[in-house]
Design a protein around this ligand. Sequence first.
Ligand code: ATR
Length: 276
Amino acid sequence: MNDTLKKAAVIGWPISHSKSPLIHGHWIKEFGINGHFERIALNPEEFVSGIRNLVAQGYQGCNITIPHKEAALDMADSISDRAKAIGAANTLVFKDGKIHADNTDGIGFINNLKQGAPSWQASGGTALVLGAGGAARAIIYALLQEGAPKIIIANRTVGKAHKLAAFFGDKVSATSMDGAANNLSETHTLVNTTALGMIGQPELAIDLSNLPKTALVTDIVYNPLQTALLKQADDLGLETVDGLGMLLHQAVPGFEAWFGVRPTVDKALRQIVLAG
Ligand code: ATR
């Protein structure tokens, strides 16, 4: 059996906060793989040469985080459809000296909902997406892929919401943050993709009372795990899924590509990442 050391990393600037080593390190141990996963800080000037260096050193690939997600896409030799549509890469796979770029944020979002709310279906009705940044783009792409019939983007800067809606076409429309309130009664899936509600950020001011009782509410913020948005939804008896699972699920395809085993997201992993 070929048991040479397999290496992967997460690249960002800064990178010290990244939870990726906890996630991949846990799976490496769990499967008894001869593997190593590290954090590597690369500034924008050294990003391209730094990645080429990893390819030359025989790394399997890497996760990419802020601020390199667009640069990673630009330097790739091949790009998955979803990374192309999202316009950013969070996962690079190296093979035969070539770089393949993927984006697993959207599928991570969807798989988190499938695990946390097994009866939820994107096709069940309208999704109301709060925010129009990079995370919203990945999530909207994935919701459409999963069959969401209609998506409304609500954003502080309405122009950005309109631009994003136009990119995705007929099923997606835009409104202001205040306008979001008018769409609650037809919402099946409510997603916060902004940083509002995160520790140190202002609260997300939205009254959820007009959501149907069958609506699902989810947040990409996971610090705190139960945001004020999720608490409000919970108090109203609505189904909720927290944002930690998106972080864990987005790591699955990269690990599988680099180390050859598909890992699962379970309670033990959640505990390790929460404690880390
Ligand atoms: P990410 O890649 O995490 O999505 P981003 O691209 O910087 O980050 O997008 C941040 C999103 O959060 C945007 O929709 C932003 O609204 P604007 O487009 O109006 O900037 C939203 N956001 C951030 N801070 C906010 C605040 N204080 N109030 C309302 N929206 C906010």
